[in-house]
Design a protein around this ligand. Structure first.
Ligand SMILES: Cc1cc2nc3c(=O)[nH]c(=O)nc-3n(C[C@H](O)[C@H](O)[C@H](O)COP(=O)(O)OP(=O)(O)OC[C@H]3O[C@@H](n4cnc5c(N)ncnc54)[C@H](O)[C@@H]3O)c2cc1C
Ligand code: FES
Length: 276
């Protein structure tokens, strides 16, 4: 197993009470390794005094080695990262796992469906699609959060929708007052947004990431709309240890989340009831 490569925490931007965007500067070796990154893959981030955690980069690393990680504070390692000062030395291994099949998606409309923190891995795919807009079809993002203040990257997404071909639909479970801008925002659940939405199911791809309860309803809506399971891509999370297919800690039936995923085609998960 490769040793972690050196990196430095250079900036932290709060996105919600428990989630922040961390900018990390990779040193040369890590920067070179990460240049192979495909949106949807993950890295193993190590924080001094903590350990390693798998995180899906929230953007494609830049040529200069800047890496964005959007991390929620949930336990020991993520707490240490949130309390780290800029200048803290970190470790990075990766990229690991499968990414979204971006070459195959070329020329096709893409529908991104994100719930809560699920926007993090989809943000790197969204940026890739928009930066290479001429190679892809219409890009639509549907993003659901519990409340407007918990909606990560809201201003950034609204700005993107104003100056690119992105179609943005937001939904919240609860809001006394709905936000307005270059997007539609409704009160309801993500599958409700899909109900009245017309799209070219014969050609589109869907990329989905969010909390576990969201998946089943969304999969049903997408399949009922006529999207074949081969073109429904889901990014899954399991507790991991080695991250490279050795410990079986992240098993999903006969598959391993760290090497067969985290991005799976729905067709590959049929017959594994615990997958979704
Ligand atoms: C492929 C992949 C990509 C990920 N990308 C991101 C990301 O972009 N941003 C982000 O904030 N988090 C992401 N995670 C989750 C992140 O790895 C965990 O939150 C982190 O490992 C928790 O470590 P901790 O030491 O802070 O918490 P711990 O002290 O280890 O655990 C705290 C709590 O979190 C739960 N938990 C820990 N890991 C997971 C997991 N993988 N799935 C579900 N529950 C878990 C534990 O059961 C416990 O209840 C990703 C996980 C995977 C597998
Ligand atoms: S985390 Fe060890 S096999 Fe996946």
């Amino acid at each position: 197993m490769n040793a972690p490569l050196a990196a430095t925490l250079t900036d932290k931007r709060e996105l919600s009470p428990d989630t922040a965007l961390f900018s990390i500067q990779l040193e040369e070796g890590a920067s070179q390794a990460l240049s192979a990154f495909i949106p949807g893959q993950f890295v193993q981030l190590s924080v001094p005094g903590g350990g390693e955690v798998p995180i899906s980069p929230a953007d494609v690393p830049t040529a200069g080695g800047k890496l964005d990680l959007c991390v929620r504070r949930v336990g020991h390692v993520t707490e240490l990262l949130h309390s780290a000062r800029t200048g803290t030395r970190l470790g990075i291994r990766g990229p690991f796992g499968t990414g979204f099949p971006i070459e195959e998606m070329a020329g096709r409309p893409v529908l991104l469906l994100a719930g809560g923190l699920g926007i993090a891995p989809l943000r790197s795919l969204l940026f890739h699609l928009l930066r290479h807009q001429e190679q892809f079809g219409q890009v639509t993002l549907m993003y659901g959060a519990r409340q407007p203040k918990l909606m990560l990257f809201r201003e950034e997404l609204a700005e993107l929708a104003g100056k690119s071909a992105l179609r943005l639909f937001l939904t919240v479970d609860f809001a006394p007052e709905l936000p307005t801008g270059n997007f539609s925002c409704t009160v309801g659940l993500l599958p409700d947004l899909l109900k009245g939405f017309s799209f070219d199911a014969g050609r589109s791809y869907a990329a989905v990431c969010g909390p576990p309860p969201m998946y089943r309803c969304l999969m049903q809506e997408l399949e009922e709309a006529g999207l074949p399971p081969e073109r429904i891509l889901v990014s899954l999370e399991r507790r991991m240890r080695c991250g490279v297919g050795r410990c079986c800690h992240c098993a999903i039936g006969q598959k391993l989340c760290c090497t067969d995923g985290p991005v799976f085609r729905l067709s590959d998960l049929k017959g594994i009831p615990e997958a979704l």
